[in-house]
Write a protein that binds this ligand. Structure first.
Ligand code: TNX
Length: 540
């Protein structure tokens, strides 16, 4: 009987402990290995940060930690070389966890985050932050005792934002980056150019932003109407980032281990550039940026038969390459209406000289030429899957958006691939409703569909699968005009994506994810973020 009682007490105790712990640890993405222990550590105003290893790597991370803790508690954690009551950040050599992995150990004495470099240290902190209050509080900063060893499945964990259709200020972009970085998304794809706006200052071509960044605002039109402003109408809606602002955003992202991939669209989706410099189109006729936030479909192209176009683009890319330190530059390449090239004598003459059979091959020539230029600048080119048409440029990375077919084809050709299929990874599509939902661009991409997404298609064998770098979700903003609406489309689907690209497939668990999500909803509420609560029953 006493034995039975001891057993019962032990069982109840362990349920009690794990119950307590479960309440406290709701990390997304779920860590690869997480062991909860008894007890915990309380961060107080005497807690210090201890740096062990390359200070250049660790100091910016320590500053990040200081600002988070300051934000929720008003404590300023000093840097110290030794002592107790510490949060230690330590650079180690551990091949198991790779470049972005980390270990996080919490016991009654303190906290230790160790990693091979700054990326992992930052991720250890992001996991730690998810166990702490999300907003300013008087509550004790208690962290449950635990041991985490964690590292990502994919190296490309991306979120995209279209700032062409609607403009989002540099501050809003920073907030967006903050949000995605908290869930260990490491790539921000910044769609800087579209028919409705050119958003990046280019010093050599000022009209790109004095003219190309501004349009007549007719946002309330349905998405499939494609009006163009008439001369005389007032272009009042728009905005752009100065190069100084862009540098700031890049630095802000870098400290959070987010690399920015800029997208400079070509040869289509460029009504804004052609509004600024009409000679860049085949017709050379004056036109204005597309109005409203409408999906333009096929609006305006650069002329593939005009040498000035290539000079212009090389000049533009020169400035872009100088700004963005990352390896990848995205050149768009989607949805080019080639009829303008069909009726253009210069394009036809070029095709004849080069022996090109059709306009798809002319597009391939265009893109391959840009790739050569980017390679000469030591950059890797990415394009949407349409760049497969007419022959893929020799080194190109393919972003597969019209489903996975383009990605599968490219991986079989030994090209790098990023999976971003519109179904289910377009977050501009409905996530619920449509009753009661803000107007969205068709589709129905529920949270669960996103969660169940598997980036490696069955069609690829193990060798080919290695070319799939990861996955990314895209947010096109034809209908999205405000920060609140943007948050609503992002949350909570981005959290599902984060787990898809981080966690080994066999560890994914919808029930566990849904449970953990509740804690994050609370944080969103506290921070005033809009999010979809998860009413996902009605299909359209
Ligand atoms: C297609 S995705 C586009 C975008 C639109 C989007 C709407 C892609 C490469 N091109 O220009 O905004 O559909 O969902």
């Amino acid at each position: 009987k006493p034995l039975f009682r001891t057993c019962l007490i032990l069982i109840l105790l362990s349920i009690g402990i794990s119950g307590f712990a479960q309440q406290k640890v709701n990390i997304i993405p779920q860590p690869v290995s997480l062991r909860l222990l008894e007890g915990g550590f309380v961060i107080n105003k005497e807690t210090t940060i201890l740096l062990d290893g390359d200070k250049k790597e660790l100091k910016p991370a320590a500053a990040f930690l200081q600002s988070y803790v300051k934000g929720i508690s008003d404590y300023h954690l000093e840097l110290k070389n030794k002592g107790t009551n510490t949060i230690a950040l330590k650079i180690i050599k551990n091949p198991v966890i790779g470049a972005e992995g980390y270990t996080l150990t919490v016991n009654n004495e303190g906290i230790l985050i160790s990693a091979n470099g700054r990326a992992g240290i930052i991720y250890g902190m992001q996991s730690l932050f998810q166990t702490l209050p999300q907003v300013q509080t008087n509550r004790e900063l208690r962290v449950p005792a635990m041991e985490i060893t964690d590292y990502p499945r994919f190296k490309w964990r991306g979120m995209h934002l279209d700032v062409g259709r609607h403009f989002f200020s540099a501050d809003m972009v920073k907030e967006y980056i903050d949000l995605i970085a908290a869930y260990k998304i490491n790539t921000f794809h910044w769609h800087l150019v579209d028919d409705q706006g050119w958003r990046i200052e280019i010093k050599k071509y000022p009209a790109l932003t004095t003219v190309g960044a501004w349009r007549v605002d007719q946002t309330d039109r349905p998405w499939d109407i494609r009006p163009q402003a008439m001369p005389g109408q007032e272009a009042t809606y728009g905005g752009y980032y100065t190069q100084e602002q862009i540098k700031e955003v890049i630095a802000y992202a870098a400290i959070r281990n987010v690399t920015i991939v800029p997208e400079i669209e070509m040869p289509g989706h460029v009504a804004s550039a052609i509004a600024a410099y009409p000679k860049l189109s085949c017709s050379q006729k004056a036109q204005l940026p597309m109005t409203g936030g409408n999906y333009s479909g096929m609006a305006a192209n650069y002329c593939a038969g005009n040498e000035e176009v290539f000079t212009f683009l090389e000049d533009v890319l020169n400035e872009v390459v100088a700004l963005f330190p990352g390896k990848y530059i995205h050149i768009g390449g989607d949805e080019v209406d080639k009829t303008s090239w069909k009726s253009c004598p210069r394009c036809q003459a070029r095709m004849k000289t080069l022996g090109l059979k059709n306009e798809n091959e002319l597009q391939s020539y265009f893109i391959t030429r840009m790739e050569k230029f980017l390679i000469s600048k030591k950059k890797q080119m990415i394009g949407w899957d349409e760049i497969l048409e007419g022959g893929l440029a020799p080194e190109a990375t393919v972003m597969s958006w019209r489903g996975e077919a383009g990605g599968i084809e490219a991986a079989k050709m030994k090209h790098e691939v990023i999976m971003t299929p519109d179904n289910p990874l377009y977050f501009d599509h409905y996530q619920a409703g449509p009753e009661g939902e803000p107007l969205a661009f068709g589709g129905f991409n529920t949270l669960k569909k996103v969660y169940n997404y598997e980036p490696i298609p069955k069609e690829l064998n193990a060798e080919q699968a290695k070319y799939v770098l990861g996955a990314q979700a895209n947010i096109w903003t034809e209908q999205i005009t405000t920060r609140e609406h943007l948050e609503y489309m992002l949350l909570p689907r981005m959290l599902a994506l984060a787990e898809v690209v981080w966690l080994p497939a066999q560890m994914k668990d919808w029930k566990s994810f849904s449970g953990r999500l509740k804690y994050h909803f609370k944080g969103f509420e506290q921070k005033g973020y809009r999010f979809s609560p998860g009413n996902y029953t009605v299909a359209i």
